[in-house]
Design a protein around this ligand. Structure first.
Ligand code: ADP
Length: 230
């Protein structure tokens, strides 16, 4: 589903964010990317929807080499990839339902279909009763649920989440993670950059640890830190 081949990213300020990354993520996986701030997690995620491009090497998504993709095809790629940010990025003047619907209006979908899909995705994140609330009327956890609902409205093949629980308390973080898990079980490949040791350990899923732009560890049923060898 996603393949990195000898991928390096050097930013214009000469910082090398990723160094010769080779990595495969299969369809339907739930993957955590962990590592200290500045280790390259966001850059790794941003390559998937071509927000960032490799300085060398290739990134392939669903069999397509993104470096060969023409600019006109990028919007279609991005519709197939939901994105969740740490800071929610909701439009403050729009209700929860309107924030979610916004991503569908641009696709030209009929209004009736939009409304039924908005309700379906709010339902999936457990917020069907807050459709008409504005972001400032919602807690941080609820706002993040709205942003997850927005990310899945187009039924994406891939969901990338960059520190989605970075500002939330432990219980709320766990609820959001379980919501991402439900989306994964429905078939979406989910990649989460996280600092949250507790969540990563509790999920016990694939963990890719990067440090200084290099993959240090890639474990199928992993934990945040390497377990001491006995
Ligand atoms: P993480 O998500 O693990 O915190 P990032 O991928 O954001 O790491 O950053 C990796 C390195 O690249 C850091 O040293 C960061 O300062 C640098 N960096 C990230 N984005 C940019 C950018 N747009 N321009 C220049 N340097 C950047």
């Amino acid at each position: 589903m996603i393949e990195y081949r000898n991928v390096s990213v050097i930013y214009p300020n000469c910082i090398q964010a990723l160094r010769n990354i080779n990595l495969q993520i299969e369809k339907g996986e739930f993957v955590f990317v962990v590592g200290p701030t500045g280790s390259g997690k966001s850059t790794l995620l941003r390559l998937v929807n071509r927000e960032e491009r490799p300085t060398s090497g290739e990134v392939c998504v669903a069999g397509k080499d993104l470096s060969k993709m023409r600019g006109g095809a990028v919007p279609r790629l991005r519709r197939a990839i939901g994105v969740v940010f740490q800071d929610y990025r909701l439009l403050p003047q729009k209700t929860a339902a309107e924030n979610i619907a916004f991503a569908l209006f641009v696709t030209g979908a009929p209004r009736k279909e939009i409304m039924s899909r908005v309700i379906e995705s709010l339902d999936l994140v457990g917020l069907a009763d807050r459709a008409d609330a504005y972001p400032h009327e919602l807690s941080g956890g609820e706002q993040q649920r709205v942003s997850v609902a927005r990310a899945i409205i187009n039924n994406p093949q891939i969901l990338i989440a960059d520190e989605p629980t970075g500002t939330l308390d432990p219980d709320t973080s766990w609820e959001i993670t379980r919501t991402l898990e439900r989306i994964n079980i429905r078939g979406t490949t989910v990649i989460v950059a996280s600092h949250d040791q507790h969540i990563v350990d509790r999920m016990h899923t694939r963990v890719i640890a990067i440090e200084n732009g290099v993959i240090k560890r890639d474990v199928k049923e992993g934990t945040y830190h390497e377990l001491a060898k006995s």
